[in-house]
Write a protein that binds this ligand. Structure first.
Ligand code: FES
Length: 120
């Protein structure tokens, strides 16, 4: 197994909560997301039909409920694929309606100096 690469993608202040930055590493495009001050990285490749997942809207979604009404939640932690609307939980990369389907994700750390580091 190849050793992991550590890639400094930006300073933490460059991606505000609810925002993202797309970076290209070894020909792969990766989206780096700030969800409430925590950083996550996903491959810009949707497991459905290979759409540009990380270019879709960052949003929330309707929550499961036993009542006959819509309840909205998880604002800012859901990524909706721009191609067909599949919704993924950004922190886990999991598809909301089937947690067995996952977008490829990468570990992210933030250094003491405030550098956002993606581990490829
Ligand atoms: S390619 Fe992403 S939902 Fe179809």
């Amino acid at each position: 197994m190849a050793a992991k690469q550590e890639l400094v993608v930006c300073k933490r202040t460059e991606i505000a909560p609810g925002e993202r930055k797309l970076v290209t590493v070894d020909g792969k495009q990766i989206g780096v997301f700030n969800v409430g001050g925590q950083f996550f990285a996903l491959l810009n490749y949707c497991p459905h039909y290979g759409g540009a997942l990380c270019r879709g809207p960052i949003t929330g979604t309707t929550l499961p409920t036993n009542e006959f009404k819509f309840v909205y939640g998880h604002e800012g932690s859901v990524l909706r694929c721009a191609w067909h609307g599949w919704e993924f939980d950004i922190p886990s990369g999991e598809l909301l309606i089937n947690r067995k389907i996952k977008a490829k994700r990468y570990a992210v750390t933030v250094s003491a100096a405030g550098d956002v580091v993606v581990h490829i």
